[in-house]
Every structure is written in C-alpha cells, then in structure tokens.
Design a protein around this ligand. Structure first.
Ligand code: SF4
Length: 428
C-alpha cells in the first residue's frame, strides 16, 4: 500500500465551502473524541469514488508540526476574520477508517451531521490522503466497476421486462435514485443483489439509515413501503442466482426495517428459489434479534447470516439499538443456531475509532468470537456523527484506545482463523 513520504497538511473549507490546505499545520485525527497525530503508516491515498464533506458549525483541528500538539484553526488564514469549516472524507466501500476527522463543534446549535462516516483527510504532494486501510480486496463495489450509461440502459430494460414485479420496480429507484451499489449489480446481472422485504423493525437504532424521527437528521434512503410476495422475491433471485458471476442474493438492506419480521415470507421465497436452483449464496443481513426465526430460515436453506453489531457490550448495544423485546443475548443465540446448522456467519461490526479499539470492547468482542464462533468480521465504518454516537453510548473510556492498526493485529493474533473483510462472501 502507498504511504506519503511526510505527514500531510491540514485541509479546511472557507466560508463558501471551498476546500484548501494549510501547510503551517499537519493534519490531525480524532479517536473517541481525543485528538491525535496520525503516523505515516496510517495514511493511504483517498480511494477513487470517495467524497469530501464540509462539516457545518465545526472548526478544523490540526497538529503543530514541531511537537504534534493539536491546534484549533479558528479563522481563515488566507482571509483573516472569515470563518472556516472542518472537512472529512466519506470513503468508498471496502476501506476502514483508522481516525475520524478532527474537529471542534462551535456551540450547541451546530446542525446535526447526516448519517455518513467522517474519516480524517489531509493534503500532500498534490493529492488527498486518508487515515484508513483497505479491508477487502473484493472489487464488487469499486467505483471503476460502474458504467453509469450501461447501468441506466440495463435498468430501464429490466424495469420494462418485470413491469408487474413491485420489488424490481423498487430496486429500480434504489439503483437510479440512490445509486445503491447492490441494486446496480443486480441490474448489471453480477455479484451481490439486494432483496429488501420489511417496512417495519423491532429496533429504533439511533443511527438508522432508513428511518429517522422528525427533527433528527434525514435518513439516507426511504424504507420500502410494502412486503413483496415470495413469488416477487423469487422472480428477482432465481435468474440472478442462475446466471450471475459469484452470485449472492441478500435479504436485509439499507432501505428496509428488520427482515426477520417477515420470516415466513422469506422462508417460502427460499423454498421457491431452491426448488429452481442450488447455485449461489442466499444471505440475510439482520439485527439477528429473533433466534426462532433464524432457525426457520436455516432449515429452509439460508446459507449465511450477517449480524449487525455496534458493540459486543450489552449496555452499548441496547443504547444504540433501543431494541423492542430483544437483547444481545438473543443476537448471540441466533449466531449459535446458524453455526449449529453448519452455516456461515459474519459480524457487520460498526467501526468507530476510540470505541471499537477500546480495551473493554476488544475483550467483549473476543468473548463473543470465542463463544459464538462467527466466520468473518466485516469492518464497516459507522455512518454517524462521532460526537452524537459517543453521547448516545454515554462513552467514558478509562484508558487510551489500542489504536485501530494495533487492534487489528491483536485480533488477528488472538483468532488466526477468523476472516476479516468488508463484504458478504460468495460461498458456492
Ligand atoms: S435494525 Fe436496521 S432497520 Fe432496524 S432500526 Fe436498526 S438500522 Fe434501522
């Protein structure tokens, strides 16, 4: 992996939102609300297809080039008296953050940041650098894999072909309006395709990307408004599993609630699918709240379960999920049921520097891995304002965090056969 030959400079945005660098200060990072200076090994070029965000009401923090001490940039060094704003990178899929963008919120009426991940970014030798590592070599959602003209042409053709299938029509909006990579791959007839089914959920995650209470930040996509029939689901899944390269179909998408609440529909759909084809992987992304429903789906032929998890500590799990009638114990039971059925289990583990790599969280995760035996941990950045998240958890660490790269090494040493990645794997 390429690293810079020196620490990049701080970048900031002026009052108009124009982004520029300030070579007088090095870039900084933030972990669990603490500012720190990244090391050269933490830095990689900004991945293609990533976006840069200007953070309203947040002042940029950089580091003193001599001693690495954090320093606040309070006004525009090129337009004295003018305000400045912090900048963050929202990285492309398959990259995991080491530090959040370093900023200080000005006052209590700064707008809540929308539901994205805010990674530290700097400037050096004519390019942007981020504090991150590639966590999965799989190219299925790489920016260069998507030809928009071809996507539009193929999507319109399939929307006509499946005019009476509401699920295909819904995925058409996901593809053309939201640019969902999974929906795009469905219309391109390859890799992992989405099967959303549930308008409802039995949790109220603080950072839910499909449903946010009024007065909070906006959800990044609308929730599906209907429950597709098993026939509509099979209509999407069967041709995809029969023809696509490394074919996977996944229930549980960002545009829905909890799929386990539609277990009987999904059970019937899996039976219809497996009557027609044994090819490909049938996966379920889920909060894994209902072990009995997981048992029904495993019996029906579900191949893999991806368990979404912000923390392996009960108090932090419940403060984030605000669950209705389930606990982390039920989630662990769902994993055990899938493993007893000899199926594949991933953790969709929300990465938040300073929380994920806290020693208490590392020990709790290790206990879960040792007792439940998941096969893979997907290292996905938590899409939420870090300060709002720390407040939600009432997070008060007693010790400095391990650091994301030492955390990764420690996890690999403790569980050498545990797979680490970012995407649901193609199993057969
Ligand atoms: S489990 Fe999923 S759909 Fe339900 S509230 Fe949480 S993020 Fe939203």
């Amino acid at each position: 992996m390429i690293h810079p030959d020196a620490l990049p400079s701080l970048v900031f945005a002026d009052s108009q939102g124009n982004i520029t660098d300030f070579p007088e200060l090095n870039m900084a990072g933030m972990s669990g609300g603490q500012f720190c200076q990244p090391s050269i090994e933490d830095l990689i070029p900004l991945p293609e297809g990533s976006e840069l965000f200007v953070l309203p009401g947040r002042l940029p923090v950089g580091c003193n080039k001599e001693n690495g001490e954090p320093l606040l940039l309070e006004e525009d060094p090129y337009q004295p008296g003018d305000t400045v704003q912090a900048v963050a990178a929202f990285m492309s899929p398959a990259y995991t953050a080491i530090f959040n963008s370093a900023y200080q919120t000005r006052g209590s009426n700064a707008p809540r940041l929308p539901l994205f991940a805010y990674t530290a970014v700097g400037w050096h030798q004519g390019r942007f650098w981020v504090t991150a590592f590639r966590s999965d070599p799989d190219i299925r959602q790489d920016f260069c894999q998507f030809d928009q003209e071809k996507i539009i042409r193929k999507t319109r053709k399939k929307l006509k072909e499946y005019g009476d299938n509401r699920l295909v029509q819904h995925l058409g909006k996901c593809c053309l309006t939201y640019g969902c990579p999974a929906a795009r791959n469905y219309f391109l007839g390859r890799w992992e395709a989405p099967l959303p089914t549930s308008p409802i959920c039995n949790a109220r995650c603080v950072g839910c990307i499909s449903l946010q209470p009024a007065g909070s930040c906006s959800a990044t996509q609308d929730r599906i408004r209907f429950v597709p029939t098993p026939q509509e689901i099979a209509g999407v899944a069967i041709p995809h599993l029969q023809k696509a390269e490394d074919a996977i179909v996944s229930f549980g998408q960002g545009c829905e609630g909890e799929p386990l609440l539609q277990a009987h529909i999904i059970e019937e759909a899996i039976q219809l699918i497996r009557k027609q084809t044994a090819r490909g992987t049938i996966n379920l992304n889920s909060n894994s709240s209902l072990p009995q429903a997981v048992e029904i789906l495993a019996r029906a032929g579900l191949d893999s379960l991806r368990v979404s998890l912000n923390s392996a500590q009960e108090q932090y799990h419940s403060r984030y999920y605000r669950p209705d009638g389930f606990t982390l114990t039920d989630v662990k039971e769902s994993i055990r049921i899938m493993k007893e059925a000899d199926r594949f289990v991933s953790l969709n583990y929300f990465i938040q520097p300073g929380v994920t790599d806290s020693s208490e969280e590392f020990e709790a995760l290790s206990q879960l891995v040792a007792s439940c035996r998941p096969d893979l941990i997907q290292l996905r950045n938590l899409n939420m304002d870090p300060e709002w998240y720390l407040h939600t958890l009432d997070f008060h660490p007693t010790k400095s965090p391990l650091g994301m790269r030492p955390w990764l090494l420690k996890l690999q040493r403790r569980f050498p056969t545990l797979r680490l990645g970012y995407f649901n794997p193609f199993l057969s």
